[in-house]
Write a protein that binds this ligand. Structure first.
Ligand SMILES: NC(=O)CC[C@H](N)C(=O)O
Length: 370
């Protein structure tokens, strides 16, 4: 027997799978009907307990291809039913075996529809997955006394820079908890990628002579990495920049806008987003609990380019003067629709245009000298 205890005193009793260790985190829900392996291994879930609203999880097992990081940092998996006998040609191990190996607790037999309704009404909150049967008041006290970590980016970012070599454009990728999917999109396009820690300075980045800088997704509150906000501000105007999710929020903060915590966030793979420039709607993959405040953009140099059709929150930004743009959703999908993968091509085109402009400027300087 295992229990899921919420901060508001609700107790769900279920069966345990995965690790038996007790964990406390922020309970959130993901509405994707597939892609549990990518979700569980997405570093942006660091410190969170993931509720899957789709009722059967684990039915195609765990494979060697779909990881978004080597060591997942989610703190728990909450499901209605987990499949013990997966069937798929790529299957390597069961979800239970995987969670045990990675020390992540799972709880099944939960009315995830009821749990999701509670989260939607109350907002995300602290919760505990435990095998210990203690009085509810005691469990609530423990939850109240537990301060959730705020250094998640530091926990999941690479400690040292490393290179994924290629012969194409040179990209510096700031790793705030990068999903492998982002790297996959650049290697597919033959880029030479240098992945650097979250606290790398602008000077160190520019010394690498990048053609473009990519700001990755990542866990937690964007305001908890002020050093990265400073770095990004210094990079504006020096090199083309593309930000995804946490990277998008950091670009907004660096430009003087504000972010705030949403009630229960967006986590799923069919989130509709409208591009205000073309009128086109895209289905997007999302996982975020914070959002850029719309009004706060007014005094900045950022133009609103895309909005969520579910709640009209900010989904895309473009700098008025510099080649800097960002999206709140995940164009790398993994998991989810690939409708917006063209953004990686647009970033590389932005870089090429920038390079051609610079060449022209250099040539005109030269002709003036002659
Ligand atoms: N996937 C992400 O990058 C998430 C960004 C941020 N941690 C949020 O929850 O809003």
């Amino acid at each position: 027997m295992k229990q899921l205890v919420l901060e508001d005193g609700t107790v769900f009793v279920g069966e345990g799978f995965g690790s038996d260790r007790e964990t406390i985190g922020e309970v959130v829900f993901n509405t994707g009907m597939t892609g549990y392996q990518e979700v569980i291994s997405d570093p942006s879930y660091c410190g969170q307990l993931i509720t899957f609203t789709y009722p059967l999880v684990g039915n195609y097992g765990i494979n060697r291809d779909d990881f978004e990081t080597v060591n997942p940092s989610a703190l728990g998996v909450i499901v209605k039913e987990h499949c013990e006998f997966p069937s798929n040609f790529r299957n390597e191990e069961t979800l239970d075996e995987f969670l045990k190996a990675k020390q992540i607790p799972g709880i099944s037999g939960i009315d995830t529809r009821k749990l999701t309704k509670i989260i939607r009404q109350h907002g995300t909150m602290k919760a505990m997955i435990t095998t210990v049967d203690r009085p509810v008041t005691e469990a609530i006290k423990i939850l109240e006394d537990t301060k959730l970590a705020t250094d998640q980016v530091k926990q999941v970012s690479t400690v040292k820079p490393y290179v994924v070599p290629g012969r194409g454009q040179r990209i510096v990728l700031m790793d705030f908890g990068m999903k492998h999917g982002i790297l996959r999109e650049f290697t597919k396009r033959h880029c030479h990628v240098t992945v650097v820690p979250y606290d790398t300075t602008a000077e160190e980045i520019l010394r690498l002579k990048p053609d473009g800088v990519m700001l990755s997704n990542g866990p937690g509150d964007p305001k908890s990495v002020p050093e990265a906000i400073d770095t990004i501000r210094q990079l504006f105007g020096t090199v083309p920049i593309f930000g995804i999710c946490l990277g998008h929020q950091l670009i907004a903060l660096a430009s003087g806008a504000d972010t705030s915590k949403m009630k229960f966030g967006h986590r799923g793979i069919n989130q509709p987003v409208k591009d205000l420039r073309t009128g086109r709607t895209y289905m997007t993959s999302q996982n975020h609990g914070y959002a850029v405040d719309l009004e706060s953009l007014q005094t900045t140099k950022m133009d609103l380019t895309q909005v969520s059709l579910n709640d009209e929150t900010v989904e895309g930004l473009l700098h008025k003067d510099y080649p800097v743009f960002s999206v709140q959703y995940h164009p790398e999908s993994s998991p989810g629709p690939e409708d917006t993968a063209h953004l990686f091509d647009e970033f590389l085109e932005m870089i090429t245009i920038q390079q051609e402009q610079k060449k022209k400027e250099d040539l005109s300087c030269l002709s003036v000298q002659i």
